[in-house]
Design a protein around this ligand. Structure first.
Ligand code: ADP
Length: 379
């Protein structure tokens, strides 16, 4: 292997470690702001300060993951997965995710689907595709004061054309090529208030190219911008049509939730989040071995939230043992690494779902509700 390439790989491994070390304390900071906002609901001034901490924490998290992705791209370590994506559902999830932010800024958010097809399934890497669209919508939200943000797709021949269009400040055509380069930001006085490190569009461009496509922009100052990109259209399989998917809205009551984490700060945080939403249903353990013991001795436990990296016995080992004896038990893995490999290992070990730290209250509560209240049985 070439020395330079080895260097890139070492750098990526170092950044991944660093990212993990920063994510753990950040998890505490962001998570507890959620808990505090619950207690401070009536205190507007303090809630505002808390929101500032949250926003800054999220920005820090964004920068961290941008740097990590860019370094992976440079080390040639992006491996594409072949996911079967239901495009309409996929866009709907993105819409639901961004709707609250659009509402806060009084912006209209609109999806434009390809109405020429009933259900559109394609094969692509869902995480990378989502990363590109998320980045473009984030920018659109950042640079649009009024009007609307429209996003969608159209399939033409062998290409899927995606777009994100805004009615924001626009970009002078002389900068159109430059903005896709790393660390480039349009230097204009009125942009001084916007933060960012100028990696977002460079990442989008690289990811789109790795997926075999191209990205471009049409924009005019004060009129708005349209970012568009295309990737090859590979038809997916519409599994829902072939098998009988039965949504069984069985309302299971939550009996007990077991939280397994060796970091005391994480345990307290998760306890607080769950307690405020589901009441007094929590049991705790600080390593995998304890978790196994509790799950096998207490039938009331119907959901486990398990950390992956723990002393004595890690979350993966514990999940395998628990699932062997109690396959029906819902296990959600949580990890400070944002790595896809962690997710893959957890799902392979039998976990029903995976959540990355820093855990956001909204995401965790929704995930628990999804698993407890709506069991999706695929027959
Ligand atoms: P940053 O993280 O700094 O926003 P990006 O690579 O995402 O970096 O964007 C680079 C620059 O391109 C931004 O600083 C901004 O000047 C410009 N830009 C990106 N998206 C838009 C948009 N939707 N409207 C106006 N300007 C934009």
């Amino acid at each position: 292997m070439l020395k330079a390439q080895e260097g890139e790989i070492l750098k990526t491994a170092f950044l991944a470690n660093l990212s993990h070390e920063i994510r753990t304390p950040l998890n505490g900071i962001l998570g507890f702001t959620d808990v505090l906002s619950y207690y401070l609901e009536d205190n507007n001034e303090l809630t505002q300060y808390l929101n500032l901490i949250k926003t800054s924490g999220k920005q820090l998290l964004g920068i961290l993951s941008d740097v990590l992705v860019m370094s992976k791209i440079e080390a040639g370590q992006i491996e594409l997965k072949k996911d079967n994506i239901y495009l309409d559902k996929f866009l709907q999830e993105i819409y639901i995710f961004f709707l609250p932010q659009a509402k806060i800024h009084a912006l209209k958010l609109v999806i434009e689907k390809d109405n020429t097809r009933e259900t559109c399934c394609v094969i692509a890497d869902a995480i990378r595709l989502r990363q590109v669209i998320d980045n473009l919508i984030n920018n659109a939200l950042k640079f649009t004061k009024e009007g609307e943000i429209k996003f969608g797709y159209l399939i033409k021949e062998d290409q899927i054309h995606f777009f994100v269009k805004d009615t924001g400040i626009g970009i002078d055509p002389e900068h159109h090529d430059k903005i896709f380069e790393r660390f480039q930001q349009v230097e204009q006085d009125y942009l001084k208030n916007f933060n960012g490190i100028g990696l977002g569009l460079a990442i989008c461009k690289s990811l789109v190219e790795i997926m075999g496509g191209r990205i471009g922009i049409k924009s005019e100052i004060n009129k708005g911008s349209e970012f568009y990109f295309s990737i090859p259209y590979i038809k997916g399989t519409n599994i829902e049509e072939n098998i009988n998917e039965k949504i069984n809205k069985k309302k299971n009551a939550i009996s007990k939730i077991l939280i397994v984490d060796d970091e005391p700060i994480n345990l307290i945080l998760l306890e607080e989040i769950i307690k405020t939403e589901f009441g007094d249903v929590i049991l705790t353990a600080t390593n995998g071995k304890e978790a196994v013991k509790q799950c096998l001795n207490n039938e009331n436990i119907n959901l486990v939230l398990i950390d992956i990296k723990m002393p004595v016995m890690n979350g993966i080992e514990a999940t395998k043992i628990i699932k062997e004896k109690r396959p029906e038990l819902i296990i959600i893995a949580q990890s400070a690494y944002n790595a896809q490999s962690d997710k893959k290992n957890a799902i392979q070990a039998g976990c029903n779902d995976f959540i990355s730290k820093p855990i956001q209250k909204y995401d965790l509560v929704n995930m628990i509700k999804k698993h407890i209240f709506f069991e999706v049985e695929i027959m």
